[in-house]
Design a protein around this ligand. Structure first.
Ligand code: ADP
Length: 226
């Protein structure tokens, strides 16, 4: 059995008196595509954000390879997120003042890449995701599907080892949702990236290697991969 690339061990996280995660454990292997499903409010997004090192759990541990995230400084966690993780959130979260190509190039510029090289790479990713038409458009000028493709390009441009996606198709109609999901999964599988995605959509879950159901802040079911 291979080692987990990201793992939550008995993670607890509360918001005030709401216990979002109540001892949740999940281990994801390298190259695996895992769908996290469950009712609204069951703790799916909170788990994703804890695994991605965005939220700090109150108890339990989150591991990335041999590194415990809580042992890393804030700077090291930020660097890890920038270099090794790609995060796709439901509404894209693009910078409204920047064009698509500038949004996609941004993570590379933050990592001190040369501007011209960053623009070339960003353009290449927009092309792979079928979003070249909107390269010079601002987020406000794009459809939901286009914006989400750009957000995925931005998450993938740094060549992340792990992609965390929260309802990547949640804001889209069925047809654009399927296209966007296919683009995300094809790219991830081609590059061998690991994907953890939160979804309430059965079709999205069905395209994963494994489905993990969360209910009331605990993992209900982790079927063994056949
Ligand atoms: P899901 O993704 O399954 O819909 P969430 O992880 O978003 O569930 O939320 C789990 C619980 O934690 C819910 O009761 C939600 O209202 C609460 N919660 C999540 N984030 C916050 C927050 N930032 N502040 C307060 N409560 C939150």
């Amino acid at each position: 059995m291979s080692e987990a690339v990201v793992e939550a061990r008995a993670v607890r996280k509360a918001f005030g008196r709401t216990e979002a995660l109540r001892g949740t454990s999940l281990a994801v292997e390298e190259g695996e595509v895992v769908a996290v499903t469950g009712p609204s409010g069951s703790g799916k997004s909170t788990l994703l954000l804890c695994l991605a090192g965005v939220l700090r759990p109150e108890a339990g541990e989150v591991w990335y390879d041999a590194r415990k995230l809580s042992d890393l400084s804030e700077n090291d966690r930020t660097r890890l997120r920038r270099r090794e993780f790609g995060l796709v959130l439901q509404f894209g979260q693009l910078v409204p003042e920047l064009t698509a190509v500038q949004n996609v190039a941004l993570p590379l510029l933050l990592e001190k890449h040369d501007r011209r090289a960053a623009t070339t790479m960003a353009t290449g990713w927009l092309e792979r995701l079928g979003a070249l038409d909107v390269a010079d458009a601002l987020p406000g000028e794009m459809s939901g599907g286009e914006g989400q493709r750009v957000a995925i390009a931005r998450a993938l441009v740094t060549g992340p080892r792990v992609i965390f996606a929260d309802e990547p198709t949640g804001a889209l109609d069925t047809v654009s949702g399927e296209h966007v999901l296919a683009a995300l999964l094809t790219t991830a599988r081609e590059s061998g990236a690991t994907v953890v995605m939160v979804t309430h959509d059965n079709r999205v879950a069905a395209s994963a290697d494994r489905e993990v159901v969360i209910r009331d802040g605990v993992v209900e079911l982790t079927p063994v991969i056949s």
